[in-house]
Design a protein around this ligand. Structure first.
Ligand SMILES: [Zn+2]
Length: 335
């Protein structure tokens, strides 16, 4: 994998390539940014660049023994510690995970640089964080640690101060769309909708692509429009139905939030080019005037908070119930 194979993140690539080329790599990095912006891929590309037997100017050759082992996930000196996902969020990283790192550090790397990645590092328990801090206080040579986090503030300040922070930014929609067309053979129209709705996350885009997303999106938008006309009984059975399919909960909320955002944009600017659901602009245009701007803004913010609460495994059915009630009571101006 070359650096140029990774979508976006020009800043991160430039810093890492430069540090590697002058041989001044810090022993620990924090890669900070939302999920799906390329943190793990860039860690892998760095491990290849550093250990490849014939490196190119922007990464490993991809064909030597070391590169192949790293690609296949069986290079002994490239390790990713990744907590399993527990419903919507990763589970905790325990002291045992850090003990495993200690065990590896007992032996010198067989390669030029051992790269150890801790994915979702903010999930380290206090005990695990303290144990990891002791490693950073006396870092063994020829080891590079990479902590992947959404936000460095969620780590111990004493860990942060010993790492170089590299920010990862949401990937621009047009880059994601181009990538989906080129690498996944997606139709341009579909790629563009997915790229605008995935909020800069390539992994989210790939996930949506797998799920027959466009059809579902239209169904969910139709639900949003019809919801205020439901009876209480219909509303409750819909809620039950939605709660049954937990994998799709967050997708439904993203679609509803995107739809409300489009209604707001249409009311404020009347510019169809700014819409997420540009392919449905005729519907947005027709419906935008039905709603009251302030109410849309309030509901959109509440949906955003609901998404965060669900990602933290808070009381999911209560959170969803509240969202549905708000949509149910969203007032429309009769035409
Ligand atoms: Zn190579």
């Amino acid at each position: 994998m070359k650096f140029s194979d990774i979508v976006g993140q020009e800043y991160a690539k430039r810093i890492l390539l430069r540090a590697a080329s002058i041989g001044r790599l810090p022993h620990a990095f924090i890669f900070s940014g939302t999920a799906g912006t390329g943190k793990k891929s860039l860690a892998k590309a760095l491990a290849m660049l550093l250990n490849c037997s014939a490196p190119l100017s922007d990464g490993g050759c991809g064909s030597c023994r070391t590169c192949k082992q790293i690609i296949d996930g069986n290079f002994p000196d490239f390790n990713i510690i990744a907590p399993k996902k527990d419903k919507y969020r990763p589970s905790k990283i325990s002291i045992d995970h850090i003990r495993n790192i200690y065990a590896k550090l007992g032996f010198a790397p067989i390669s030029k640089f051992r790269v150890i990645v801790i994915d979702h590092a903010e999930e380290m328990t206090e005990e695990a964080s303290n144990a990891f801090l002791r490693i950073l206080e006396e870092p063994p040579p020829k080891n590079i640690f990479i902590l992947n986090v959404v936000e460095p503030l969620n780590l111990l300040p004493t860990i942060v101060s010993r790492c170089q922070i590299i920010r990862f930014y949401p990937i621009p929609a047009e880059k994601i769309a181009d990538w989906l067309v080129k690498n996944k053979g997606l139709d341009r129209d579909i790629a563009e909708v997915i790229s605008r709705i995935c909020e800069g996350s390539l992994s989210k885009a790939l996930e949506l692509m797998e799920k027959d997303f466009l059809k579902k999106r239209e169904d969910w938008i139709t639900l949003f429009i019809k919801l205020p006309t439901f009876s209480k009984k219909e509303l409750l059975s819909l809620l039950e139905e939605i709660l049954k399919n937990k994998d799709e909960l967050l997708d439904i909320l993203i679609v509803w939030r995107g739809w409300i955002r489009d209604l707001i944009v249409m009311k404020e600017t009347e510019d169809k080019e700014l819409l997420i659901n540009r392919d449905l602009s005729h519907m947005v245009e027709k419906l935008a005037n039905r709603y009251i701007l302030d109410e849309l803004v309030v509901v959109m913010n509440h949906i955003h908070s609901a998404e965060q609460a669900i990602s933290k495994n808070r009381n999911v059915s209560l959170v969803m119930r509240k969202v549905m009630m708000e949509l149910y009571h969203l007032r429309t101006i009769s035409q």
